[in-house]
Structures are given as C-alpha cells and as structure tokens.
Design a binder for this molecule. Structure first.
Ligand SMILES: [Fe+2]
Ligand SMILES: [Fe+2]
Length: 170
C-alpha cells in the first residue's frame, strides 16, 4: 500500500472514530466538525484522484462491454463513499453548524445541498450508462464522468471556503 493510501485509510478511520465519539458524548463542537470535514475531504480527494486516473486510462475507442462494466464497479464504490460523505455533511451537523455560526451563510448552505443532489444524480446517470455496457456510449460516458468529477472538485473547494468563513465567526 502506498503512503498516500495509508494516510487516506487512517484519515477515514480517524474520522469515523471521532464521529462515533461525537454521537455518544453529545454533539461535537463546530470547530471539531470542521476539522473532521477537512480530514474527510482529504479522503474524498484520494478516491477522486484514483477514479480520475482510471478514467484517463479508459480509451473509449477501444472500450468493450467489459471495460464499461469495470468502470461501473469503480463508480459504484466511489458513489457509496460519496453518498456517505454527503450524508455526514448534511446530517452530522457540519452544514447546520455553518448556519448557526453565521446565519447569513444559509443561502450558501442551501446551494451546497442542491449541489449534493445534482452531483448524486449526475453520477447515478453516468453509472447507469456504464452498467449498460454499451460501447457506443463510451466517449460520451468518459466526457460526462470527467465533468461530474470536476463539478465535485469545485464543490469541495467551495465547501472548504464556506467552512473557513464560518469558523472566523466562532
Ligand atoms: Fe459536500
Ligand atoms: Fe464535502
């Protein structure tokens, strides 16, 4: 295992451990949630990099049914992690903490939630095409998945900036 993979796994474990503590010992404070969120983003970026690498190596001209199905499996595991990540941000208190820290950020939090829904739907639609194994759709699939991953990077950047703005208020 590479150092980065190790770091990402440790990061994920640490975050899950802390969120359990948070549930058992009362609500974690906003600065703690923010720190967890930055850790989590490190893990998401690691998996995003892996999927992007696989996508770069995916040649639509040479793609056969099996290649598309392999990509669908990668999208599956990525989407599972992402759903968990979005769920944690929405239900784990982070986004509510942003609004509590600085109520004028409410509109930004609503935009972030809308992006979660949009990214989730876009990824679902790309996964459906990959699962179909239709090699004729490979070029469009590659372009669409690239767009979704760029959208996600931009989303995570926006979120980090939002959390930092809110932290200045506490
Ligand atoms: Fe998010
Ligand atoms: Fe995030």
């Amino acid at each position: 295992m590479t150092n980065r993979a190790n770091a990402a796994n440790l990061g994920g474990g640490r975050t899950r451990g802390r969120s359990r503590e948070g549930t058992m010992g009362g609500s974690p404070t906003f600065p703690t949630l923010s720190e967890q969120s930055l850790d989590e983003h490190g893990v998401i970026h690691f998996h995003l990099d892996q999927l992007e690498r696989a996508l770069r190596e995916f040649d639509p001209a040479a793609a056969a049914e099996e290649g598309l199905r392999n990509l669908a499996v990668r999208i599956d595991s990525f989407k599972d992690r992402l759903d968990e990540h979005f769920g944690l941000e929405e239900d784990g208190g982070l986004l509510q903490g942003v609004v509590d820290a600085h109520p004028p950020l409410d509109a930004d939090v609503r935009r972030i939630k809308t992006q979660h829904a949009r990214i989730g739907e876009a990824l679902e639609s790309v996964r459906r095409v990959a699962r179909s194994g239709n090699a004729g759709a490979a070029a469009a699939l590659k372009a669409d998945l690239q767009r979704v991953l760029e959208m996600l990077r931009e989303h995570e950047r926006e979120e980090d900036a939002l959390v930092r703005r809110a932290l200045k208020q506490v």
